[in-house]
Design a protein around this ligand. Structure first.
Ligand code: CMC
Length: 431
């Protein structure tokens, strides 16, 4: 039998050493189990969780050095090429790819849940027409818990499954309604004759007077965006969903919290930020100036769509998205599009520049997904919403895994306190 590895933490002040077991996963680096440390009264300090695994999980694996991403063991490239988004949802939620029979059953379960409660529509009227769709998403997805409270017992696996199916089915409907409310067009009901992705495009772009005739190549491109964004282990929004869920909060509230975390430009807001940046750059001739700004530490400007906390090699999702980008632009005859040309030039310069090479800052998936979404005529403020539709399955699968874990405890990080020492209240006249 293999000997158990142990790390020993010693101190130079007489505090007795602490033995910390080393745990191995099925893939990836070992982790030091620091739970014994609590006995010393000390904590670890790791802002931004650069060295901390917050949970165990069997859903998604990333090797950032090698540039690998697996969903339940399957490489992302294979899923992006061969699977449908709903197959990927089944895989993430239940752990395996479905048989044909299971796939049909799963699709049926999703299809018959795509409509939202009629009263939910009145919610939209409370928002300004020009509200950012992500602001509306946070509110409306959170409000689902007020409509579907017949299955909110988080300790009941059947309830958890129904909530998961409802979220996967209804989030695209809610997202399309955000867009329609923004533009002043009537809401379009889902049409269950369409597949998941085509149905979303129908709800976005059809009108009661005219159908939306979807181009199958563009439908497949959006499906790829959904597959590539479906899960990404313990990123900021997923960790938010887990932390909210650790208190026992209902899944709709937890996913609304995830949507809020996703909105930030360092996370899901990056695809929108890439296009805004390209718009600001304006012309290829201006690129060197912006690259210089990105390299200047006194300037907060960063090249949006470059760099990743985990990938220190090309993001495997970016490789697939780059190909999809070329395919979509060729299909639409947009190869000479000005924004695309600027993006390609920026990519070329950044890949050759010492600053980016040294720091391993490669273009990430959002660098290319923004260009594809723009070509699909998805408005800029809906880019992060598309990410949220895709990531809903990841959030709910991770939430479900956490609730089923017998080791689950409320998430409660500690801190290194750097504030005032104890002091006494001073009456206002004496301050
Ligand atoms: N442009 C210029 N410099 C950068 C960039 C960038 N995009 N990203 C990182 N750096 C520099 C940073 O200034 C630092 O330099 P130095 O060592 O001289 O101080 C070094 O690279 C390391 O950066 P960091 O901020 O410590 O890295 P991080 O792991 O905390 O941040 C990141 C990762 C994704 C937040 C960051 O790279 C970034 O802000 N990128 C732009 C936003 C973006 O594209 N986000 C989408 C990520 S992919 C979608 C998703 O999964 O959500």
């Amino acid at each position: 039998m293999e000997k158990k590895r142990i790390a020993t933490l010693s101190f130079n002040d007489g505090t007795p050493p602490v033995e910390l077991p080393i745990l191995s996963g099925t893939l990836g680096p070992d982790v030091i189990d620091i739970r014994n440390l609590a006995k010393t009264g000390m904590f670890t300090y790791d802002p931004g969780y650069l060295s901390t695994a917050s949970c165990n999980s069997g859903i998604t694996y990333i090797d950032g050095e090698a540039g690998h991403l697996y969903y339940r063991g399957y490489p992302i490239e294979q899923l992006a090429e061969k699977a449908s988004f709903l197959e990927v949802c089944h895989l993430l939620l239940y752990g395996d790819l479905p048989t044909q029979e299971k796939k049909d059953e799963f699709e049926r379960k999703i299809k018959y849940r795509t409509m939202v409660h009629d009263q939910l529509m009145t919610f939209y009227k409370g928002f300004r027409r020009d509200a950012h769709p992500m602001a509306v998403m946070v509110g409306v997805v959170g409000a689902l818990s007020a409509f579907y409270h017949d299955s909110l017992d988080i300790n009941n696996p059947a309830h958890r499954e129904i909530s998961a199916l409802r979220l996967i089915a209804k989030v695209p409907t809610i997202a399309a309604m955000c867009y329609r409310y923004n533009t002043g067009h009537p809401f379009m009901y889902p049409n269950n004759e369409f597949g998941y992705v085509e149905n979303f495009l129908h709800m976005m772009f059809a009108t009661p007077c005219e159908p939306y005739l979807a181009n199958p190549k563009l439908v497949r491109a959006l499906e790829r965006i959904f597959i590539l964004h479906a899960d990404h282990e313990q990123n900021a929004s997923t960790s938010t969903v887990r932390l909210a869920g650790s208190s026992g909060a209902n899944p709709f509230a937890c996913v609304a919290a995830g949507i809020a975390a996703l909105w930030g430009p360092a996370h899901g807001g990056a695809n929108e930020a890439v296009l805004k940046m390209l718009d600001e750059i304006g012309d290829i001739s201006q690129i060197p100036k912006y690259v210089a700004r990105a390299k200047d530490r006194s300037d907060p400007f960063r090249l949006m769509g470059f760099g990743h906390r985990v990938y220190k090699n090309m993001d495997p999702r970016a490789k697939v998205m780059r190909e999809t980008c070329y395919e979509v632009l060729a299909e639409l005859g947009l190869q000479n599009d000005k924004m695309f040309e600027m993006a390609m030039e920026l990519e070329r310069i950044a890949l050759q520049d010492e600053y980016f090479i040294e720091r391993k800052l490669y273009p990430n998936v959002d660098f290319y997904s923004g260009i594809v979404l723009r070509a699909l005529k998805v408005p800029l403020n809906m880019f992060t919403v598309i990410f949220a539709i895709a990531r809903t399955i990841g959030w709910i699968s991770q939430w479900n895994e956490m609730i089923s874990d017998s080791e689950r405890r409320i998430g409660r990080p500690r801190q290194l306190y750097l504030g005032q020492q104890r002091r006494d209240y001073v009456p206002i006249a004496e301050r």
